[in-house]
Design a protein around this ligand. Structure first.
Ligand SMILES: [Zn+2]
Length: 465
């Protein structure tokens, strides 16, 4: 971000006025006010989410929601979640929206401006959480208040859960709610804006994601033990060499390409925007069986494409030996795997043992795996996303995606509630500032995202869908 001079603050105020001039309904101002309030409540791990949950509850109460439909609850005083139920006609099972309230730490000394003071400047809103993910918290609250004021009668209950501890901590709100208060959030399916969103390329909307699944985090410890001895009398059977040889075999190994409904659709979509060798490689992995040579090229050209098409396991830590002048008695490495949602830990460990090809290398799983199945692409969710996106951003490429990292959706998928990452908030794909310095969202992109969510909530809860 360019250095902000005091004069620009006056300019920023002028911009606010001009943005509000086009706000014919007043709901843009409402969304902006809520956004500002949320950014200025520090919800990093040190402070917790309760204050923000209560602030949103107060807004909902004054908008006319009854106390019995607003719950501010959590495992302790600091980590409360807000759950709102907008009662509908009960024609379908409820739809749930989840969105985390907590944000990653941001230090004033690292930023060009105060991360916890909402600032509009030069076409952007600045502040910690402007993209991850208080923008969508604000959008959900503003839209639900708007729908209430407009007298909207949804055909099903709409549940909104703004939650704690997504970024870090042991009080994850989604996990806590589904485990302890499933009745409050039980739903036909869930929308998680944190897993969705759109990409701008040179300021132009190009891609919009529907996240249906995520890879599963699994770590293993590899260990070789040996009697050791004096380093002046070396023998061929050495713990470090054995482990290193096994790791070299693993480094040269690739797990099989395995596409699911989501990644197959994803690659079909990206093939249409790629060109040259990458495009022909993508087309070749879409055949049955997938072309291994093409997969090997693709692995070299893009770590992301590689992670999308297979389970991966990579060495991340290593330690060995106990003295400079002793043969090592122990050598250890940690392998971090990101498993495809339809793969199993049993299969992964079996493959690891086969590839390491040394019975002296023991393999121990370090964490329990999280079985979160892929959510099937369903028309009642995807159709409105396509329709609204193509009317708001003609030509945008709407594509299902599997996250290579983890989101809160996994806690619900594991419990049988399908989850779709969908958001109308767009950001520059070459300037992602979530978790980083001077986080910001375009003013226009924020208001468009709010409008998208307004139409999307209605589409999911009205007759003609
Ligand atoms: Zn997030």
């Amino acid at each position: 971000m360019r250095k902000i001079l005091p004069g620009f603050l006056i300019f920023a105020t002028a911009l606010n006025i001009s943005a509000q001039k086009n706000d014919t309904t007043g709901y843009q101002k409402l969304a902006r006010d809520i956004f500002k309030e949320l950014i200025e409540i520090n919800t990093t791990f040190r402070y917790g989410s309760t204050k923000a949950a209560e602030a949103m509850a107060a807004r909902l109460r004054s908008a006319g929601f009854s106390d019995s439909d607003i719950n501010v609850i959590g495992p302790d005083e600091q980590h409360k979640n807000l759950v709102l139920r907008f009662r509908g006609q009960g024609k379908l099972k409820p739809v749930l929206f989840i969105c985390h309230l907590d944000v990653v730490e941001a230090l004033r000394s690292d930023w060009s401006v105060d991360p916890f003071t909402f600032l509009e400047w030069d076409g952007y809103f600045y502040g910690r959480g402007t993209t991850d993910v208080k923008n969508d918290d604000a959008s959900l609250v503003a839209n639900i208040i708007r729908l209430k004021k407009e007298g909207y009668k949804p055909n099903r209950d709409i549940i909104i859960a703004l939650t704690a501890d997504e970024e870090m901590g042991n009080a994850n709100g989604v996990n806590w709610l589904v485990t302890n208060h499933r009745d409050l959030i039980d739903a036909d399916f869930c929308i998680n804006p944190d897993g969705g969103g759109g990409d701008l390329k040179n300021g132009k909307p190009v891609n919009m994601a529907i996240q249906t699944s995520e890879k599963i985090y699994l770590s293993y410890r590899l260990e070789v033990k040996n009697n050791g001895g004096h380093s002046s009398l070396p023998v061929k059977d050495n713990a470090i060499y054995r482990l290193a040889s096994g790791l070299t075999r693993l480094a040269n190994y690739d797990f099989p390409v395995s596409l699911n409904e989501t990644t197959r659709n994803y690659f079909k979509n990206v093939a249409s925007v790629e060109s040259g060798q990458v495009k022909s490689d993508i087309l070749a992995i879409l055949t049955t069986p997938p072309d291994t040579a093409a997969a090997n090229h693709l692995e070299v050209s893009s770590a992301y494409y590689n992670a999308m098409m297979r389970t991966t396991c990579v060495a991340t830590m290593m330690s060995a030996g106990h003295a400079e002048n002793a043969l090592p008695q122990n050598a250890q490495a940690v392998i971090n795997c990101r498993m495809l949602p339809d793969d199993t830990p049993e299969n992964v460990i079996q493959i690891l043992k086969t590839v390491l090809a040394d019975s002296k290398i023991s393999v121990t799983q370090l964490n329990s795996s999280f079985n979160a199945p892929l959510s099937p692409l369903r028309e009642d969710v995807t159709k409105p996303v396509f329709q609204i996106s193509s009317s708001m951003w003609p030509g945008v490429n709407v594509t299902p995606v599997m996250s290579t990292g983890a989101t809160d959706g996994r806690y619900l998928r594991r419990q049988g509630i399908p989850v779709y990452g969908v958001s109308g908030m767009f950001g520059d794909m070459d300037d992602v500032r979530a978790h980083g310095k001077d986080e910001r969202i375009g003013v226009k992109e924020f208001y468009n995202g709010v409008e998208f969510m307004y139409r999307f909530i209605k589409a999911l809860s009205s007759e003609n869908n």
